[in-house]
Write a protein that binds this ligand. Structure first.
Ligand code: B12
Length: 472
């Protein structure tokens, strides 16, 4: 009876992003007495050959395939990665009869469509640790895995989703981070991912995180985070990107994590970037973050027009962003704000007001994504389905399973979005989620120039590397 699960990282976008989620799943399998085999397609020259030679020597219980991104979430490029995942699944099918199980952040944002588009046997949505151990144990014992929590599978042309159980971080084995070559990810990717918490309880209407990661925030003990950082540091990894939806939620835990890093003597040995909500964010947190090695923050601000923020389900207002800009300036902490243009109610007027405010507040770097990605199960998607929010959908409500869906306010057209580039002009402080490699784009999925800068030694968050390369 086979006893090994083969875990495959399919995220081959450049610069490479470390497969931290797959690594956590693998570590849980190992801790449960089912040590996995891994294949990282990010570092193979000939993936078909590597897949076939791996499976020549292995008769796995199952193949776990990570789907970190279903697409690049850019309205401008609308690039789907699902045809690529489908190719990988088809190639696996030629080589083994073991079931192909999907999972990952992207998979969890749209599990049904992803399963249909790729032809895999099943998937695990949300937390993968306990579910993958349960699934592998069933297979090892010759039992059906149909009852495993978080499982999504096809049954007679219907996709069935088992109830989701969100894992308790206190119960995970302490990650040692030795399954994948994290040092190589730092060399070619500029940073390595690590979580201090999981899930998000905010109610931003467009965001898939509460759906994909759970709407209850589960906190890791700060000392546990420090131990993982230390393990990575021992392997030569010192640049990190936190994988929390929002580092500052809750504020008290963020401060505890910073204090634990400082007390553990790591504050001047590591550098990290993170995502954060604009509130709550105070002077004390900014100071602690800096002392703990934070090199920059990406704030999801979305708009600088208060009515628009209410419509997007945000808790902050323009005044909060003004205070935030003062705190960041005072603490000399580097940051970017992300804006989302085209949400319900957006007009040319609200776009003008937002960009004018960004300039008035002297925000050092502003990233703009135009067009909202629509994920099933989010308040935006539900409202569109119920007809309580109107607007245009691209490519359309009945699009194919592997096509990403976008929303635009009824007051705008694709043509009128050129207003954004007209208003921004050639100001280097503004980036846009255009196609990768376009001047001023911050679409990181296959950005050759960015990958080259990292190869030459640039480190840290991609927006920060791009900022420095533009001299802004
Ligand atoms: C941090 C982050 C980044 C950082 C990464 C830094 C780093 N070094 O890690 C940066 C800023 C670089 C980034 C870039 C991009 N990102 Co990003 N990112 C995230 C974020 C916040 C965390 C991802 C993460 O690592 N989580 C921590 C791990 C532990 O969780 P996980 O991967 O989900 O894994 C768990 C489960 O999914 C499951 N699992 C994982 N793999 C497998 C495999 C199997 C077989 C099983 C059973 C289970 C399983 O188990 C794991 C443990 O429970 C997520 C949003 C979020 N809150 O998750 C977006 C997110 C993944 N990113 C997203 C996108 C779109 C991108 C970009 C394409 C954007 C762009 N156009 O530039 C690029 C892609 C870059 C690349 N090469 O992949 C989207 C993907 C959405 C989708 N539908 O595909 C997300 C979900 C954000 C969103 N809601 O839109 N990102």
């Amino acid at each position: 009876m086979p006893s090994t699960v083969l875990l495959i990282n399919t995220n081959v976008a450049r610069p490479p992003v470390s497969p931290v989620g797959l690594e956590y799943v693998g570590e849980s399998l190992a801790a449960a007495g089912l040590p996995p085999a891994v294949l990282d397609l990010s570092f193979t020259a000939d993936w078909r050959e590597d897949l076939s030679s791996t499976l020549r020597h292995l008769d796995p219980l199952a193949i776990g395939v990570t789907v970190r991104n279903t697409d690049d979430c850019s309205f401008a490029s609308r690039r789907s990665f699902l045809p690529w995942i489908k190719d990988v699944v088809s190639e696996i099918r030629k080589l083994t009869e073991a079931p192909v199980i999907l999972g990952g952040a992207g998979f969890s944002t749209m599990p049904e469509a992803t399963l249909r588009a790729t032809g895999a046997d099943a998937g695990i949505r949300g937390d993968g640790e306990a579910a993958m151990v349960a699934l592998a144990s069933c297979l090892a014992n010759g039992e059906s895995y149909a009852g495993v929590p978080n499982l999504v599978c096809q049954q007679n042309d219907k996709v069935v989703c088992n109830p989701t159980v969100n894992a308790d971080p206190l119960k995970y084995p302490l990650p040692r981070r030795r399954l994948f070559d994290n040092k190589r990810y730092q060399q070619l990717g500029g940073q390595v991912g690590i979580e201090t918490k999981r899930g998000c309880s905010e109610q931003c209407i467009f965001c898939a995180d509460p759906v994909a990661k759970g709407n209850r925030v589960r906190l890791r003990p700060p000392l546990n985070v420090v131990q993982e950082l230390r393990d990575l540091l021992d392997q030569g990894v010192s640049w990190f990107h936190l994988c929390d939806s929002e580092f500052n939620l809750p504020l008290s835990h963020a401060k505890e994590v910073c204090r634990a890093i400082i007390d553990g003597g790591l504050g001047d040995r590591i550098r990290w970037h993170c995502y954060s909500a604009p509130v709550p964010f105070d002077r004390e947190l900014a100071g602690l973050m800096k002392r703990a090695g934070c090199a920059g923050v990406n704030f999801g601000v979305d708009s600088l027009c208060d009515q628009q923020l209410r419509r997007l389900g945000r808790r902050h207002d323009t005044r909060d962003v003004q205070n935030l800009s003062l705190v960041m300036k005072e603490q000399d902490l580097n940051y970017i704000i992300d804006l989302l243009v085209g949400g319900p109610g957006e007009t040319e007027e609200t776009i003008r007001a937002t960009l004018q405010q960004a300039r008035q507040l002297d925000i050092p770097l502003v990233g703009i994504a135009a067009g909202l990605r629509v994920y099933p199960g989010t308040p935006l998607s539900n409202a569109i389905n119920q007809g309580t929010i109107s607007g245009e959908l691209f490519p359309g409500a009945d699009c194919a399973a592997d096509e990403p869906l976008f929303y635009l306010s009824p007051h705008l057209t694709v043509e009128s979005l050129s207003l954004v580039s007209d208003l921004v002009g050639d100001d280097p402080r503004f980036l846009s989620l255009a196609s990768p490699n376009e001047e001023g784009s911050y679409n990181y999925a296959d950005d050759d120039a960015l990958a080259e800068l990292i190869k030459q030694g640039a480190r840290g968050a991609y927006w920060d590397i791009i900022r420095r390369s533009r001299g802004s």
